[in-house]
Design a protein around this ligand. Sequence first.
Ligand code: DX5
Ligand code: ZN
Length: 215
Amino acid sequence: MPLIAPSVLAADFANLQRDIEMLNDSQADWIHIDVMDGIFVPNISFGLPVVGAIQRHAKKTMDVHLMIEKPENYVEAFHALGAEVISVHYEACPHLHRNLQQIRALGCKAGVALNPHTDVRLLEDVLHDIDMVCLMSVNPGFGGQKFIENTYKKTQQLKNMIETAGTQTLIEIDGGVNAGNAGQLCAAGADVLVAGSFVFNSDRPKDTIRDLKSV
Ligand code: DX5
Ligand code: ZN
């Protein structure tokens, strides 16, 4: 069964407490938190104070996806606000190995997110230093985009790499995930499914989370 990580990017920010409590009460495993800086990605979402507000209500693992430049300047602050999984972007990190060590030294799971065009083989030399790879199945920056089909191939490739290396690395899929692609993603090797609009645009979000989990 995959872990389900609803993305609060699609929540109602004016009713964030209500939406977090809905997730607490659901079968969601993690809460996915998308931080965007308007530089690495062409959009600004929210930052530290909002993550702090989420923490005050969240009873699930906080999975923070940093779509920002110079993440090393902020990982400590996000950890202090309750982040347990912290992902940085391969494309934003010229010193990725150092970034991963910094995250692990805080006691967090260290994740690396890959843009749709980034080859999974680029992670071969750091696979032992990564707890999770987040494969972007849309271009990062916005919720509600169409799933990129090439992600199935990347998931399978990455799964093979992980098996060969013998690591426990999780594969997370982020963007355009819904009940129509979740099954095939899990068959290809996905461990964690992020879903924003599919969950929050649903009339019965808790049922939608349960359905995703049981694909
Ligand atoms: C995109 C974010 C995703 C996004 C997913 O930049 O990283 O987490 O919120 O939203 P949906 O599920 O609507 O594609
Ligand atoms: Zn994300």
